[in-house]
Design a protein around this ligand. Structure first.
Ligand code: ZN
Length: 493
């Protein structure tokens, strides 16, 4: 299927998606004449014609014809200034603008993945192919990191194609016209920064995103990261992983080199101004005696007065791997976006639902597809509970979905809550090797007449074979586990 026409790709402002074949091949100047005489339903509606033309321009960008796309948007904006598509085209026809987008790596349904957007800043129209090549390498590089590589199937990657009129970085009295208003910050080394609002405006042009962007500034240096936006000067993929640690993981710097005046160090996931190990945000790692984790002074860009959990080697210092504390934080963050249950069949019933499946003579089969990290399988347990024994206060099994990220930038993530403990023995289920899904078949004769709750629980142990302790030691919000449930009724014989 064409990537641009898959069913979940929403065209938010298009009332109908109508292809108008007679217009698709036409030069922009001829479009309206053809439309007026066309018998195609809706083909004389300027909204429909303009929409088809907008898609044509976006398709040009997807093929790498960036200059043609730019010209096409400009013509469309002039021709249909009052239509919705014409307004979008007017925005995209600016000298610095969003021209189009494409998937770089797709691991699954965007509804249950972290969709990260890559953007280039300060790339003029003829330089944009350089960014396309750079962007193609990013997912592979991230996968080489142990933690992000283990959870690579939890990420989708998109590329937004942004054109900049100029290729400079603002600062030192100069102001360039670029897509994201890149500028030199007042740090000792002149770190690059961009306009975060502009990044989010660009993300709104996309059908899918989770408020997470990685921006490469062509002529900037070093990097900055926070609030969902990682900014990298030049093309350093190594810097990109560090900045992503800030922007996605909310992690602090573990290096002690002063880059700029930062004020008093604050308490974060991997840094603290308090040397007391019992009060450290990673106290549970020290208590569990995880090798290499302790209190090390020198963090948050200061030599004194700030502590970190390890003595070097973490990506948040200048190392290659995330330290155990940062790894835990990242995995929990990943599960704020991704439900451990990727799919189920049939659709599950909320706990209070009156819905139920009647048990037919041939029995019932339930299928749950868990997420699958590269390093290990998730635990899957099935239960059949008589209605009276169904736990009270159980979170709605669909709650995770309900808390899913709102695409248009509300920034909501999962907050499922811990599942109640079940006092029951798990059922025997099948795991057909091919799909990785778990299947439970219930026979009619196995159950007495009555109403039952079928539950499937999926949990990430975060402990690949050979690891002495789980990667996540504390999961207070129950992010690593998820549940689906169904009501069934076994009729009287
Ligand atoms: Zn760390």
């Amino acid at each position: 299927m064409d990537r641009a026409t898959r069913p979940w790709s929403p065209l938010t402002w298009a009332p109908t998606l109508l292809l108008v074949p007679c217009l698709i091949g036409a030069a922009p100047g001829e479009a309206l004449d053809g439309a007026v005489t066309s018998l195609e339903a809706g083909a004389d509606d300027p909204e429909v014609v303009a929409q088809a033309d907008l898609e044509k321009a976006e398709a040009m960008a997807r093929k790498g014809q960036f200059r043609s796309a730019q010209v096409h948007y400009q013509r469309l904006a002039k021709k249909f200034p009052t239509t919705e598509a014409g307004k979008v085209a007017a925005r995209r026809g600016q000298p610095s603008a969003f021209l189009g987008w494409d998937w770089i790596a797709e691991s699954g349904d965007p509804e249950n993945r972290i969709d990260v957007v890559l953007m280039g800043e300060g790339y003029q129209v003829d330089e944009m192919h350089g960014f396309v090549r750079l962007a193609a390498d990013v997912p592979h590089f991230f996968e080489r990191n142990r933690t992000l590589g283990a959870y690579a199937p939890y990420f989708n990657w998109l590329r937004a194609d942004l054109v900049s009129a100029d290729n400079g970085v603002d600062g030192f009295g100069r102001d360039y016209d670029t897509a994201l208003n890149g500028r030199t910050l007042g740090t000792n080394a002149g770190h690059v920064g961009i306009d975060t609002k502009a990044v989010f405006d660009m993300m709104r042009e996309l059908p899918e995103h989770d408020g997470q962007a990685v921006v490469f500034v062509r002529n900037g240096v070093l990097g900055t990261g926070g609030g969902g936006v990682a900014t990298i000067g030049g093309q350093s993929l190594r810097t990109a992983v560090h900045e992503f640690g800030h922007s996605f993981g909310g992690l602090g710097d573990e290096y002690s080199t002063e880059t700029h005046k930062r004020g008093a160090p604050s308490r974060g996931k991997n840094t603290t101004p308090d040397p007391d190990p019992a009060k450290a945000p990673w106290a549970h790692f020290i208590e569990a005696k995880v090798r290499g984790v302790g209190m090390y002074e020198g963090a948050s860009g200061q030599v004194r007065g700030a502590w970190k959990p390890t003595s070097g080697g973490c990506v948040m210092e200048s190392g290659e791997f995330f330290c155990p504390v940062c790894r835990e934080a990242l995995i929990l963050r990943i599960y704020q976006f991704v439900d451990p249950v990727d799919a189920c069949e049939p659709a599950s019933h909320p706990r209070n639902s009156k819905e139920e499946l009647a048990m037919p003579t041939e029995g019932l089969t339930f299928v749950v597809t868990p997420m699958h990290p590269e390093t290990h399988k998730l635990e899957v347990d099935w239960y059949i509970l008589p209605e009276a024994k169904t736990p009270q206060g159980a979170p709605n099994p669909d709650r995770a979905r309900a808390f899913g990220y709102s695409r248009k930038g509300a920034g909501k993530t999962r907050a499922p809550g811990r599942l109640p403990i079940l006092d029951a023995k798990p059922e025997r289920a099948r795991t057909p090797h091919k799909t990785g899904a778990s299947e439970l078949h219930i026979k009619h004769k196995d159950l007495d007449p009555g109403r039952y709750r079928v539950l499937c629980r999926v949990r990430d142990t975060t402990q690949p074979r050979g690891e002495r302790v789980p990667w996540v030691l504390k999961d207070t919000e129950g992010l690593l586990e998820s549940e689906r449930g169904w009501w069934i009724r076994v009729p009287e014989e």
